[in-house]
Write a protein that binds this ligand. Sequence first.
Ligand SMILES: [Zn+2]
Length: 362
Amino acid sequence: MTAHSDTATSPRLHLSGRVLPEGAVRDLWIADGKISWKPVDDATTIVSGGWILPALVDSHVHLGITEIGGPLDMGALREDMRRLSRAGISAARVLGSPQRLPLSEQPLPGEPQLLTAGVPVAAIDRFIPGWGRRVPDHLLAQACTDEAQSGWGKIIADWFTPTGYGPCFSAEAIEAAVSAVHAIGARIAVHTQSSEAGARAAAAGVDSIEHGMHLPLSALDDLAAHGGFLVPTGFVFEQLKESMLDDSQPAELRDWFATGLEDHPSLVTGARDRGVPVLAGTDLPVGALVDEVSWLHRAGLSAHDSVGAASWTSRRVLDLPRLRHGDRADLIWFAHDPRDDLEMLRSPELAVIGGELSAAAP
Ligand SMILES: [Zn+2]
């Protein structure tokens, strides 16, 4: 077993190892930034042995944010993208930005591929001050189609009330928005943390439920029926626990958060049991993908499924490159099976992002 730590771009590469999720020993070649299943001439063998995975994916993240409610920061956006690449994360779904991301369609070699959702659409007075496109109920569908032009739209379907938390839009408005976005060939992600808004969104046929705190198990049946998926962002909720359960919070709000957090793992296993894909997403700040993978494992997913939530499963569900012949070459490599120690995912021993080879930095 050998591994070269050469950081120069190497146009023609060969790897041999156990390829996940199947785990069979295979040979892969890389030429012109793409995966080849057939031998290519003059390829340099960079690894022989070990474990090859489709590179990591963060399925719910916000980039270029330096201040909650503040404007998009282009310097921070570029630094976030470099940070993703260094961590072996070659794709991310950016679920809402202060303004639409000014990015080219095709990522450069070495850069992560971004799926973007424009500006999140929220009710007039129900979202983080300074962020979101604010609309009344009857204008939700139009705003969502405007913001979903790059492929994904995002609705903030519930938010804080003066004493608790609850829905922002009617069931009819959510249904109209889902139909309108699907009619232009785009997909719609919906932020929910209340049972009412979650149930409405799932029944309306949304493509994904984001967070999903308090989502009724019956809504998972609706998600399964429509081919939707769940991004539970459990780690970020754990991080918020202390501030949300502080005595200074209204009792109703504390109770809402405490019961939601307690029930969140059962949502993950409920989704798994119904065949609803569960994907790893980090929300804010950037950089907690492996923490979310570990949370999914603690919530009850197997190590295999927890890694898949940040790799092959998200790539299949989001239709991203996944080591098929002709796909963009996005992979990570480990000498040992990362399912035996999820912490290994923090520093892949090799990463190929868009065909560009690097020894990933910690
Ligand atoms: Zn978010």
